[in-house]
Write a protein that binds this ligand. Structure first.
Ligand code: NAD
Length: 496
């Protein structure tokens, strides 16, 4: 993002024409005049009025996807042709990255530097990666008796309903849409009511890139109406959900109450971040702990929200984390100097403040932060917050906060560290700092988490899967494994 100043982003934001329609069967529908206001958390101002999808819009989008899947060209194209369209989507996303990053920043408050430098490259890379993968997949022909030929083929699973949250609105949509399209499925995407505008842009760009009508539809609306209608729809074959554990349960019920559609869940987390006394570089570990919890305002499913530090080094690590929290620049997300923007909205900010209040009431020690800030902007800003003296029974240690609030717990030996780390209903991710390779492997095996980062946090690339265990869900985003969510295995047995 070379040399784009705060003033220039503000100017671009003023000239952005944001509209909130649905994108169904290759065209925009609904929009101005009906729907709900989408509000920017940076200043509380209305960004656009967004079409509010009810059952009629969900029915229309699913019918378009059904037609595209049952009789349209997309699932029947050579995989290399599908791949070319996905790569074209990646190219258009890249060309329009300024507008997309700005839209994301305005919608949900992510600092423009991160929207432009992290979120956009991630979604571009997602479409490119699955586009390039599309024609590299092979089916199986197992050895059988000599008078038979067995084929195990991977077939697209059908119409996919994708329901996603707002914290990485484009990346998380891409993690579902790109592998589903590569597999040959048709998709109905329901973005969060906090981030419908960037999702609509994605839908339009996909059509512009040559995706046939109906293959990617975007219906905006609320969870309990639009999301539920998609979850209950009898013509949806797979429901891929990313969001809270509580709403994940609803989707399992919707499937049970309708057509037993396959439900894949990527849910919440309360990830432990363990720092052992033999950590090679304590300052780096502390810096990573602070970055991990305050990046994206702490609105990260995998945020290392429980810092587990060995008692012998706790003071040093905690001092460093607190110093970094105090030095963090919280401010307007459109200012390239901003490191932490506002939380996504007033209701969420109040929820996070509730967790801070619960921490104080339960007897944890508030070391820094805990209060609203920049109140006169009209935005939803909270100070980076650190508690220590947290015990494992406190709400601070058990509940997902999804905000910039770190809870520090201490331990005395490795067994206690592992016990504390696993003492949660979640199992999305974990971090570990040590200089001992054997300890790294042993602890990684003992941790019940979908990802374990050693001497780093939030690292990875598209080749490795991301997802949880326990109540963090069962879906796997990224990598070739994501295709499992959007394909069915078929056996053809030919007697020779
Ligand atoms: P949320 O569960 O409130 O909403 C997610 C989506 O579900 C939205 O589109 C929403 O409109 C829809 N929805 C809400 N209620 C619904 C209902 N009753 N029926 C049908 N749909 C409904 O979550 P959120 O606040 O948007 O996002 C934060 C949560 O997402 C956190 O718990 C976070 O950990 C989780 N998350 C998980 C991952 C992951 O990969 N595991 C990634 C990002 C976020």
């Amino acid at each position: 993002m070379p040399d784009v100043t705060h003033e220039e982003w503000l100017r671009r934001a003023r000239s952005l024409r944001l509209t909130g329609a649905h994108h169904i069967d290759g065209a925009d529908e609904g929009g101005a005049g009906v729907g709900f206001d989408t509000v920017s958390p940076r200043d509380g101002r209305v960004l656009a009025q967004v079409a509010d999808g009810g059952t009629a819009e969900v029915d229309a989008a699913v019918a378009a996807a059904r037609r595209a899947f049952d009789t349209g060209p997309w699932p029947r194209l050579a995989p290399a042709e599908r791949g070319r369209v996905l790569v074209r989507i990646a190219e258009l996303l890249q060309e329009r990255r300024d507008e997309l990053a700005l839209t994301v920043s305005l919608e949900m408050g992510k600092p423009i530097t991160d929207a432009h430098g992290i979120e956009l490259p991630a979604v571009v890379n997602t479409f490119r990666w699955y586009g390039q993968l599309a024609d590299k997949l092979t089916d199986e022909s197992p050895h059988t008796a000599s008078n038979a030929l067995a084929l195990v083929t991977r077939e697209p699973a059908g119409v996919v309903g994708a329901v996603v949250p707002w914290n990485f609105p484009l990346t998380l949509a891409g993690w579902k849409v790109a592998p589903a399209l590569a597999a040959g499925c048709a998709v109905v995407l329901k973005p969060s009511e906090h981030s419908p505008l960037s999702a609509l842009l994605l839908g339009r760009i996909a059509t512009e890139a040559g995706l046939p009508p109906g293959v990617l539809n975007v219906v905006s609306g609320t969870g309990p109406v639009t999301g539920q209608a998609l979850g209950l729809h009898p013509d949806v074959d797979v429901l891929a959900f990313t969001g809270s554990t509580c709403v994940g349960r609803h989707f399992l019920r919707y499937a049970a109450d309708s057509n037993l559609k396959r439900v894949r869940l990527e849910l919440g987390g309360k990830s432990p971040h363990i720092i052992l006394p033999d950590t090679p570089d304590l300052e780096r570990a502390a810096a990573t702990a602070a970055w991990g919890i305050f990046f994206n305002q702490g609105e990260m499913c995998s945020a290392p929200s429980r810092l587990l530090v060995h008692s012998s080094i706790a003071d040093r690590v905690v001092d460093s984390v607190v110093r970094r929290a105090r030095a963090l620049r919280t401010g307007d997300p459109l200012d390239p100097a901003t490191e932490m923007g506002p939380l996504v909205g007033e209701a969420h900010l109040r929820r996070v403040e509730g967790h801070v209040g619960a921490g104080i009431a339960d007897g944890a020690r508030l070391l820094t932060g805990g209060s609203r800030t920049l109140v006169d902007t009209g935005g939803c800003y909270l100070e980076p917050t650190v508690f220590d003296q947290v015990n494992p029974r406190m709400r601070l240690a058990r509940e997902e906060i999804f905000g910039p609030v770190l809870s520090v717990l201490t331990f005395h030996d490795l067994d206690e560290a592992v016990r504390l780390a696993n003492d949660t209903e979640y199992g999305l991710a974990a971090g570990l700092w040590t200089s001992d390779l054997t300890t790294a492997h042993r602890v990684s095996r003992a941790l019940r988490a979908g990802t374990v980062w050693v001497n780093c946090y939030e690292e990875g690339d598209m080749s490795v899967p991301f997802g949880g265990v326990k109540q963090s869900g069962d879906g796997r985003a990224k990598s070739a494994h994501a295709l499992d969510d959007y394909t069915e295995l078929k056996t053809t047995w030919i007697q020779l």
